[in-house]
Design a protein around this ligand. Structure first.
Ligand SMILES: NC(=O)c1ccc[n+]([C@@H]2O[C@H](COP(=O)([O-])OP(=O)(O)OC[C@H]3O[C@@H](n4cnc5c(N)ncnc54)[C@H](OP(=O)(O)O)[C@@H]3O)[C@@H](O)[C@H]2O)c1
Length: 250
């Protein structure tokens, strides 16, 4: 089964740099009917003029506890079987009270739990709760934002214990979902996606050490992912791909 052009699309964790870029890109695609976005916050005010037809954007708020995620799924009932693209964009690397660990003494249980909740558990809950919404006849490509640092075989530098482990665990969960989805949701393809280093709040404290040519704009990465999703085959496998469509070893 090969991918079809997008119809309705769903962006989860829509308020961040990459979520916003995916929404902007989908809204400029005349093949897309509705763009459904889910975020902890309201629709940003700058979603304005140059984004064609605001009526195509459906904005839903959720605090991502399982009950409020169930309420989102309930609101998606009219779209069941019509969603051809899903982007799961949740991720934390740092915030005002947590910072990636440089050495094992920096590990803090509550910070680790917070990171796993956002990076690992919430994406898994979406894949659990959305199965009836996504099941159907049309191919549906689901890109979950992972990271290359979640690759165990690529880990030469160490550090960033919680973020690395949260993305490795995410990849492992996605592998298990792909096995079960191949039996139960044959129209769904899962991609663990590494966007590269992108100019968003998540990477801001670390951007100075990245050569300019390796620091991508969210719009560039959104274009790359749109193309990767368009050429993806619904093959019952999990693909772990970077922004250039190249396979990453787990
Ligand atoms: N930027 C990079 O260089 C880079 C590199 C590798 C991988 N990634 C991955 O790409 C994805 C998107 O990152 P970004 O660069 O767009 O970062 P960002 O601008 O900081 O956005 C973070 C996203 O995560 C969600 N989020 C934040 N805290 C959360 C929490 N406590 N619970 C649930 N959701 C939460 C937000 O959703 P709301 O809309 O609900 O606020 C937001 O969409 C992440 O998975 C990140 O790990 C980014």
């Amino acid at each position: 089964m090969s991918a079809v052009k997008p119809k309705n699309v769903l962006v989860l964790g829509a308020g961040g740099g990459l979520g916003q870029a995916m929404i902007a890109r989908f809204l400029t695609d005349p093949e897309v009917d509705k763009v459904i976005a889910v975020s902890r916050n309201g629709q940003p005010e700058d979603l304005s003029a140059h984004w064609i037809s605001q009526s195509r954007l459906v904005w839903i708020e959720s605090q991502y506890d399982e009950q409020s995620m169930l309420e989102v799924v309930d609101k998606l009932t009219p779209f069941a079987g019509t969603i051809s693209r899903v982007c799961i964009c949740h991720g934390i690397l740092h915030d005002d009270h947590l910072w990636p660990e440089k050495r094992f003494e920096d590990i803090d249980a509550s910070a680790m739990l917070e990171i796993f909740q956002a990076n690992t558990i919430i994406p898994a809950l979406w894949l659990k709760l959305l199965h009836k919404t996504l099941a159907g006849k049309i191919p549906c490509i689901v890109a979950v934002f992972s990271a290359r640092v979640g690759s165990t075989s690529d880990n030469r530098l160490g550090g960033w214990y919680s973020y690395r482990a949260s993305k490795a665990a995410l990849n492992s969960l996605l592998k298990s979902f792909s096995v079960e989805y191949a039996r139960r949701l044959k129209n769904v393809k899962l991609i663990a996606f590494h966007p590269g280093t992108v100019k968003t709040d998540l990477s801001r404290p670390f951007q100075a050490s990245v050569p300019e040519q390796n620091l991508f704009t969210p719009a560039f990465v959104a274009d790359q992912l749109i193309n990767i999703m368009a050429s993806a085959e619904v093959d019952g496998q999990l693909s772990y791909l970077d922004w250039d469509g190249k396979t990453i070893q787990f």
